[in-house]
Ligand binder design. Structure first.
Ligand SMILES: *Cc1c(COP(=O)(O)O)cnc(C)c1O
Length: 373
């Protein structure tokens, strides 16, 4: 007898559509038979990881028969020192994506809901649906707002009810690059009931140079329902190793540590993350390259009369003035991989990661070929 193994899956899982990652360079080159292609699709650091992190990895390869330190002692100590919190407040994850899923697994489920904004990071609805929670999506600011497509805190607050266990806020948000200032975010968190966790996803915080951008880890002592997530995938250039973390109250961290896999972060990832934190020169250089590249890309858009969503991250979502999917496809044929974001409700935008100067130029030249034609 044959069964319908799709229909047998949990109800929430049946409705999932998989996360669509940026197209890997190897895949494009295999499909088109080309070489020398350029990927600006996953907000990776164009400078790569810290050379110190790479060097540390080499010395560990003969230890790979051993399990990692499941408690991540050294890295949690180091992060605690960095953030001025207790090590018991830190939960390590296989990327911060892992931590977001741990939060959903521990705090969400049927009869509970999560609140997030339209155009927010796609992992939030995925993680929530997988555990059968209701999704409360709030409308974002309009296209002509001062923060186009950005999070509308009033609209988010209005979607919170007694069954809301988590509000997800990305600051800055991906794929819009929009951000929330300290006063607005602080007042929002203070207004929430204690029964609602607020997860502030700071995957791109190191890039933000605005004076009013908050370091929310400073508020952890005041708000036991606050969870801040960060990652080594973006500015630290370690996306391939998969390591990120949450900083929270010790109570929330205790719960997350009960549901995580015992060895969810590898020996290599923990060691590389430690080195990356110490290499402040690499971080500073990454910020500088990004600042210049973002300024160049936005100026190039203005020269061409192309709209874009003002961004404080390491990416820019550009309004190509027509349905973006065919533009994306045509760029692939030029060997340039960017990210279509129709799945985020932005079908005329393409998100491009800020690269090094020659990479940004190559992208713009390819875009000129495609949309100028
Ligand atoms: C990239 C990204 C993450 C994290 O990715 P990991 O590689 O899993 O750490 C989290 N949130 C946002 C908004 C991102 O863009």
């Amino acid at each position: 007898m044959s069964c319908d193994y799709r229909a047998l899956a949990n109800a929430g899982v049946q409705k999932l559509t998989p996360y669509q990652p940026g197209k890997p360079v190897e895949e494009l080159e295999r499909e088109l038979g080309i070489s020398d292609s350029l990927k600006l699709a996953s907000n990776e650091n164009p400078l790569g990881p810290s050379p110190r992190a790479v060097q540390a990895l080499g010395g560990l390869l003969d230890q790979l028969a051993r399990y990692p330190d499941g408690n991540g002692f050294a890295l949690r100590q180091r992060l605690a020192r960095e953030l001025d919190v207790e090590p018991e407040c830190i939960t390590l994850g296989n990327g911060s994506n892992d931590v977001l899923e741990l939060l959903a697994r521990a705090y969400l489920g049927p009869e509970r809901n999560a609140v997030f904004s339209a155009h927010a990071f796609a992992v939030y609805p995925l993680a929530c649906q997988a555990v059968g929670a209701d999704l409360h999506m709030a409308p974002a600011h309009a296209a002509d707002h001062a923060t186009p497509y950005g999070h509308d805190l009033e609209a988010l607050a209005a979607r919170v009810d007694a069954d809301t266990r988590v509000v997800f806020i990305a600051n800055p948000n991906n794929p819009t690059g929009t951000w929330l200032d300290g006063k607005a975010l602080y007042d929002f968190i203070r207004s929430l009931p204690g029964t609602t966790l607020v997860v502030v996803d700071e995957a791109y915080c190191e890039y933000v140079e605005e004076a009013d951008y908050p370091d929310t880890t400073r508020w952890l002592a005041e708000f036991p329902n606050l969870v801040v997530t960060r990652t080594f995938s973006k500015i630290h250039g370690l996306a391939g190793l998969r390591i990120g973390y949450a900083a929270s109250s010790p109570e929330v961290a205790d719960i997350l540590n009960r549901v995580r896999q015992p060895f969810n972060t590898s020996t290599l990832a923990q060691a590389a993350a430690l080195e990356a934190l110490d290499d402040t020169a690499h971080v500073q250089e990454s910020v500088r390259v990004n600042r210049e590249g973002l300024a160049w890309l936005t100026a190039a858009c203005r020269e061409r009369g192309l709209g874009y969503i003002p961004s404080v991250g390491n990416f820019l979502s550009i309004d190509v003035g027509r349905e973006a999917e065919p533009v994306y496809q045509a760029l692939l044929h030029q060997g340039v991989i960017v990210r279509p974001i129709a799945g985020y409700g932005l079908s005329r935008h393409l998100r491009v990661t800020v690269g090094r100067a020659h990479e940004n130029r190559r992208f713009m030249e390819a875009l000129d070929q495609v949309v100028g034609a």
